[in-house]
Design a protein around this ligand. Structure first.
Ligand code: NAP
Length: 544
């Protein structure tokens, strides 16, 4: 690639201004690198900018949905609810960016179209949709796991005269649902949040469901003053629990198994955790529910009884009960989602029985029925984990396209941090890293990447990438772990973590399921051993 003379050169180019990109930008700049970052949105926030639909908030816990590296900054921040809302998370990320003066390092409203490695020069060249270009020795991605929206290819779309909106591309001015006939397609985390948030306004609501999900209550409540004080006082304990927890949350193992519990104790604990809401059923009930199918069956039996007790129409209740293990696919929490099916004006359409056939001028036709809609809400999720990479033109050694490779065989990475054949490219929350509470993972990856760059530079290394064998071994391990657990059922449940939500996408496990602790330990081990699984070269063209 020829380099336009005006192209500025940096040590590092980062893409993304969500948790992942922001922390990497901060850390690398703080380590003395010249950093420039690109972000397609008009400001800081990543997915929290785009997903501003009614009801959007995280199921993660407030006290650890932030970075911990700066104790004073962390202690000064306080979310108001135990599960922060979208505006509050956006506020946190903006406050973080301002506090650490990160904004000036970004080109906002700028989408990187191509990132190509020039092996002769040992530099990455970037082109963007605004015409801005950049060049850098290192390329760090903070693209997000669930950031490339999935729009359906439903025939007849152009005929439909109503409005169609995707939850992750919500208009800033909002949408007036009052008195409207509305469809919500999709019943994942976004669908079960948006539907109850608009149900009071609509004239009629029709929910199109493909795979039912286990959907516990949220357990939302305000964070009390006392709670905030004890979080600040127990700062070290809190973050040490996060480091030990499989999902990066501040919870200890329960130390009990449901298969050893008597029925009364089992019922009492399930009931308590169901009411507590969020991920409590998975992590605060019994330790074996996540790993032993018979234990998980007891959890499912309890949750199914809850659905039958809440939803009055027995046929609708049965349609809402999943047939996959609890946790095989991410269980989304919602208040009012199950309850709303008791309203006269709310209907559930099971598209496994009656698939969506086409849009008509006035709505949607299934294989059996025609529906009229003013507004169709696509809560259809994402081309998850890989989509943000494969929708960009990333080229490594020999001009190889990352998209071509991953579209054909699924992603293979080393520790979710690097890809063989793509020198000096490092990923935060890349494919095959754990699916866990994001901020601690993003912070750990930002640290690891910065330390790796410093290490290679201290050895006089110009270019490095994971060895092919190391990448194969990590991929084998990722697949083996997933297949050895309840996550193996994710393929049948259309889990996005297996690419199974998209027809034609390779069905491979795209996230690492042994958990945050096991992963962080493995990353530390690699660093302590001197990054021995990386091929390295003193001149970039020899790294291949
Ligand atoms: P999702 O979990 O992938 O849900 C998408 C929904 O659309 C699913 O019900 C899916 O059905 C359905 N769908 C997809 N293609 C379809 C088709 N062709 N026909 C009919 N239905 C179709 O996406 P999401 O709800 O946006 O959430 C994605 C992830 O973002 C979550 O898992 C979570 O990690 C994150 N998120 C978190 C929160 C939170 O913390 N509360 C909120 C929103 C998002 P299938 O299940 O059959 O594929």
């Amino acid at each position: 690639m020829t380099r336009p003379t005006e192209t500025p050169e940096y040590d590092v180019v980062v893409i993304g201004a969500g948790f992942s990109g922001l922390y990497a930008t901060y850390r690398l700049a703080q380590a003395g690198y010249s950093v420039h970052a690109f972000e397609a949105a008009d400001g800081v926030g990543g997915v929290w900018t785009w997903n501003n639909y009614p009801g959007a908030r995280t199921d993660s816990l407030h006290e650890t949905y932030q970075f911990s590296f700066d104790r004073d900054f962390a202690s000064s921040w306080r979310y108001s609810d135990i599960h922060p809302t979208q505006p509050e998370v956006l506020d946190y990320l903006n406050t973080f960016a301002d506090h650490f003066s990160l904004r000036d390092l970004y080109s906002f409203d700028t989408r990187v179209e191509q990132a190509a490695f020039d092996a002769d020069a040992g530099r990455w060249n970037f082109t963007t949709d605004t015409g801005e270009t950049a060049r850098a020795k290192y390329f760090v991605t903070g693209l997000g796991l669930v950031s490339a929206p999935l729009f359906l290819n439903t025939p007849g779309f152009e005929k439909f005269t109503g409005r169609v909106v995707h939850t992750s591309r919500w208009p800033a001015e909002g949408i007036d649902f009052v008195g409207k006939k509305v469809a919500v397609i999709g019943t994942g985390s976004s669908g079960v949040q948006v539907a109850p948030a608009i149900v009071d306004d609509v004239a009629e609501l029709t929910v199109f469901q493909r795979t039912p999900n286990w959907c516990p209550p949220t357990g939302h409540r305000p964070v009390s003053d006392d709670e905030h004080v004890s979080i600040v006082e127990d700062f070290d304990g809190l973050w040490s629990r996060v480091r030990q927890h499989p999902a990066g949350w501040p919870w200890n193992p329960t130390g009990r198994n449901v298969l050893d519990a008597d029925p009364d104790e089992r019922e009492r604990i399930f009931e308590e955790c169901w009411t507590r809401g969020g991920f409590s059923m998975l992590f605060e009930t019994f330790d074996d529910v996540n790993v032993v199918k018979e234990a998980n069956d007891l959890l499912c039996d309890f949750a199914a009884r809850k659905v039958r007790a809440i939803v009055q129409d027995p046929a609708v209740a049965e349609s809402l009960i999943p047939d996959h293990p609890y946790g095989a696919k991410r269980p989304p929490a919602s208040d009012g989602y199950l309850e709303m099916f008791n309203r006269e004006n709310v209907r559930l359409v099971d598209v496994r029985r009656t698939p969506i056939a086409r849009y008509s001028e006035s709505g949607i036709d299934t294989t059996e029925e025609s529906f009229d809609f003013d507004i169709v809400v696509l809560a259809t999720g994402f081309d998850a984990v890989t989509g943000a990479f494969t929708r960009m033109d990333i080229r490594g050694l020999g001009d190889e396209s990352l998209a071509d490779r991953w579209n054909a065989e699924g992603p293979k990475t080393f520790l979710g941090l690097g890809v063989h054949g793509f020198p000096n490219m490092l990923m935060v929350a890349g494919p095959q890293s754990p699916f866990s509470n994001l901020p601690p993972g993003a912070q750990a990856a930002g640290e690891w990447i910065t330390n790796a760059l410093k290490h290679f530079e201290s050895e006089g290394i110009e270019a490095f990438h994971p060895a092919q064998e190391a990448q194969e071994a990590w991929n084998d391990h990722v697949q083996e772990i997933a297949l050895g657990g309840l996550t193996a059922y994710g393929k049948d449940a259309n889990s996005w973590a297996v690419g199974a939500n998209i027809e034609g996408k390779p069905r491979v496990y795209n996230v690492y399921y042994a958990g945050f602790k096991a992963y962080a330990d493995r990353c530390d081990e690699e660093a302590a051993a001197g990054y021995t699984n990386f091929v390295r070269a003193r001149t970039a063209e020899r790294v291949g």
